[in-house]
Design a protein around this ligand. Structure first.
Ligand code: OFO
Length: 169
């Protein structure tokens, strides 16, 4: 059984994962409109993943006797200066998500909610993978140089290859 505190915090996390999904959707759309189909495919895939993260939490809350709340739809940034800015913002957002998950884990420990604590370990591992992935993407952008067209072409191909690669899970 969830305490009210844990239930509210899990619902906050539902909102955050929903926002992350929208963020990726918006970033994917921007890439799509700029002819960066490799990056767009990669980011559309992440939008779906974040929705899955949200739904996993959503069902957990209801299964644990709480009430999962459909979150507000907050609009993410729609435009980006370039691919480097886009991935820098995405990476920063992932770091925020990691902090939120860590706080949630702390709360569950404090409330002696071992079930939720155990459930959240999946998110701890997932955030580790996502931070690693987006750090790698940013490093590649740095290496290739985002401002010349040839560099962009290669980054786009790299991202298409990352989309095709089997996930770490
Ligand atoms: Fe990477 O945001 Fe979900 O957990």
């Amino acid at each position: 059984m969830l305490t009210k505190k844990v239930e509210a915090a899990l619902n906050k996390q539902v909102e955050m994962e929903g926002y992350a999904s929208n963020y990726y959707l918006s970033a994917a759309s921007w890439c799509d409109s700029k002819g960066l189909q490799g990056a767009a495919g990669f980011l559309y895939g992440h939008a779906d993943e974040e929705r899955m993260h949200m739904m996993k939490l959503f069902h957990y809350i209801n299964d644990a006797g709480g009430h999962a709340e459909a979150p507000n739809v907050k609009q993410p940034p729609l435009k980006f200066k370039n691919l480097k800015e886009l991935f820098t913002l995405v990476f920063k957002h992932e770091v925020e998500v990691t902090k939120a998950i860590n706080n949630l884990v702390d709360l569950c420990m404090g409330e002696k909610d071992h079930s939720s604590y155990n459930f959240l370990q999946w998110y701890v591992a997932e955030q580790h993978e996502e931070e690693k992935l987006f750090r790698t993407v940013l490093e590649k952008i740095e290496l290739l140089g985002p401002d010349d067209t040839r560099g962009l072409y290669w980054i786009d191909r790299e991202l298409a290859a990352l989309t095709a690669a089997p996930s770490a899970e």
